[in-house]
Design a protein around this ligand. Structure first.
Ligand SMILES: Cc1ncc(COP(=O)(O)O)c(C=O)c1O
Length: 367
């Protein structure tokens, strides 16, 4: 076996994004134990920085050990019991994944759908919620990575605030790239992933539970079927008791700590503005080369632009060439759009003017 020497890539796909040297350096520092007082201080600081990022006061805010899908499962397995009703919005692959996991929890799933590339119609969703007032939760993806659509949430959150139905939101591709206001928008459970706009390697899923959500978990008739993701067991490790549950991925938490420090140094508003302004620049450059857009105008997600390349027959060959000849990774389509679109990420560290210039220059030469 030879020593690993992975290529330098410009990661302009749907995640992972490029990671700064500061994060990589933090991840190469010595291990302490997962119950070491030094590590506990780091855990507390990570939770505090995550609260800032989620814009929440929720005490139960922490990183789940596992990728974004572990955050998704943690949200649903804790809230749903067999026989519950779950209203789940589907306008892309990750709404489908929410549906799949909710049904595996034994819930009766009521889907509200929108064509891929369009946001969910909030009025239609509210009408469905009115028909199912007993629904335990409503789950929706804020940033649909399969289409590049940003879903507005304020109106839905305002409607659900006085209701018994909990609001669960997937912010895997939005957190730290666009505003996510958990408390203002009345979100009860919100989860994300580290490898997108946080620019930390994949491996943790930041999550936050409102007191109302924890109350619902506390009233369950049955045990949470996943021991590993049971929030009330995890609370004993991440909260003041510090009781061993599982061995925390210490090195990942170091990386997350440093990634969060970088985000806070930049400031959330400056970071959101950077994503907004540079994605507009990328869109302009792509339009100039003949690309057209999948996501409906007004609902495009700054960290991820989904486009139809000008020549359909070049979609996959040119994407492969970008990787082999230029070291640039852009994402292909998923589901119905496999082989038809590209998904170009401008997330966190990757979201820099020079990276846009490098991509547009390569495309200019090749097209
Ligand atoms: C919106 C969304 N939800 C959930 C996930 C699942 O995250 P992971 O692949 O890290 O498990 C992803 C991953 O791309 C995503 O984009």
């Amino acid at each position: 076996m030879i020593e690993l020497t992975p290529s330098q890539r410009l990661l302009m796909g749907p995640g992972p994004s490029n990671v700064s040297y500061r994060v990589l350096r933090a991840m190469s520092t010595p291990l302490v134990g997962h119950l070491d007082p030094e590590f506990m201080a780091i855990m507390d600081q990570v939770c505090q920085m995550l609260r800032h990022l989620f814009q929440t006061q929720n005490q139960m805010t922490f990183p789940v050990s596992g990728t974004g899908s572990a955050g998704l499962e943690a949200a649903l397995v804790n809230l749903l019991e067999p026989g519950d009703t779950a209203v789940v919005c589907v306008h892309g692959v990750f709404g489908q994944r929410l549906t799949e996991v909710a049904s595996r929890c034994g819930a009766r799933v009521v889907n509200v759908e929108a064509p891929w590339g369009q946001p969910i119609d909030v009025q239609q969703l509210i009408e469905t919620l009115q028909k199912h007032p007993q629904a335990k939760l409503c789950a929706i993806v804020h940033a649909e990575t399969s289409t590049g659509v940003l879903q507005p949430l304020e109106e839905l959150g305002a409607y659900l605030k006085g209701q018994g139905t909990l609001l669960v939101v997937d912010t895997v591709t939005s957190l730290a790239g666009v505003p996510v206001k958990v408390d203002d928008w009345g979100i009860d459970v919100c989860y994300s992933g580290t490898q997108k706009c946080l620019s930390v390697p994949p491996g943790c899923a930041p999550i936050t539970f409102s007191p109302k959500a924890l109350e619902v978990v506390g009233k369950r008739k049955s045990k949470v079927q996943s021991w590993y993701l049971d929030v009330r067991l995890l609370q004993k490790y991440w909260g003041s008791e510090r009781l061993y549950h599982h061995t925390a991925p210490i090195t990942m938490i170091y990386g997350l700590y440093e990634g969060l420090r970088i985000i806070l140094e930049e400031g959330l508003e400056a970071r959101f503005a950077r994503h907004r302004e540079l994605s507009a620049r990328l869109a302009q450059g792509l339009a100039g080369l003949g690309f057209t857009f999948l996501a409906k105008e007004g609902y495009r997600l700054p960290p991820l632009t989904s486009v139809f390349p000008p020549q359909a027959e070049l979609v996959e060959p040119l994407r492969k060439k970008l990787l082999s000849d230029y070291g640039i990774e852009v994402g292909g389509g998923l589901g119905a759009y496999a082989g038809k679109i590209w998904r170009i990420g401008l997330m966190g560290e990757t979201c820099r003017a020079q990276n846009i210039a490098i991509l547009l220059d390569a495309l200019g030469r090749e097209l």
